[in-house]
Design a protein around this ligand. Structure first.
Ligand SMILES: C[S@@+](CC[C@H](N)C(=O)[O-])C[C@H]1O[C@@H](n2cnc3c(N)ncnc32)[C@H](O)[C@@H]1O
Length: 209
């Protein structure tokens, strides 16, 4: 699995295929996490979200994890060598990441995993989170009914066919992470949707109770 080939093209492909819809979802809950101090951005890709975080979270440290060196290069180019950023090249599951993050962010990352790997990856990231951490998820989903359901199915079938060939990701279809977040003590707080329900962003919070 590697996004190296796609890395230089990722930005313009997103612009053509989705305009600004995904980015608006990525940053939607940023004001709600501006007090976080230790953020883990996993599968961050080309650093577009990281760039916004640097502006909105001036006191936070960022650990930016990605399996693709070329994606990390793009992120470094976009965000520079800010001393608050620690770039880590690592592949999940089995990445042995640092711990005690009060913010976990997975933007269009959990959709790379199949039903077998997804719970392992969510468990691994939850192990890196504090007892009161926030988790932001932006990803794709299939609406429950109507034309939007069939449209989403077609769009995602085409997208997965492309990404399997271009990157070799294990996933064949979208798999919601929600039950695995709940199993790890995260409580659903809020969610927004875009593009007729195809894209969403959700915010989760862990609490002792
Ligand atoms: C679909 S891209 C999403 C990039 C960006 N976060 C976004 O919102 O567009 C998935 C990213 O996750 C990384 N990735 C995919 N599978 C991974 C894995 N098993 N471990 C670490 N990074 C992975 C890829 O290199 C890529 O940068």
């Amino acid at each position: 699995m590697s996004f190296d080939l796609l890395a230089p093209h990722y930005r313009w492909m997103e612009a053509i295929l989705a305009g600004d819809k995904i980015q608006r979802c990525r940053v939607h809950f940023l004001d709600s996490v501006s007090n976080c101090r230790r953020a883990l951005l996993v599968g961050e890709g080309n650093g577009r979200f990281l760039g916004e975080c640097l502006k909105k979270m001036p006191h936070a440290q960022f650990t930016v994890v990605d399996a693709s060196e070329k994606m990390l290069e793009q992120a470094r180019r976009r965000c520079g060598g800010d001393s608050r950023i620690n770039y880590v090249r690592a592949q999940l599951p089995g990445a042995h990441l640092p711990k005690n993050f009060d913010l976990i962010v997975t933007n269009c990352f959990l959709d790379c995993f199949d039903e077998r790997q997804l719970p392992t990856v969510v468990n691994e990231l939850a192990d890196c989170a504090t007892d009161s951490a926030i988790w932001l998820v932006t990803d794709f989903c299939v609406p429950k009914t109507g034309w939007a359901k069939w449209r989403a199915k077609m769009v995602l079938a085409a997208a997965y066919s492309f990404f399997q060939v271009a990157t070799g990701i294990p996933a064949r279809r979208i798999c919601a992470p929600d039950p695995f977040l709940v199993q790890n003590g995260f409580r659903f707080i809020d969610r927004i949707e875009a593009d007729a329900g195809l894209i969403y962003s959700s915010i989760w919070k862990r609490s002792a109770s």
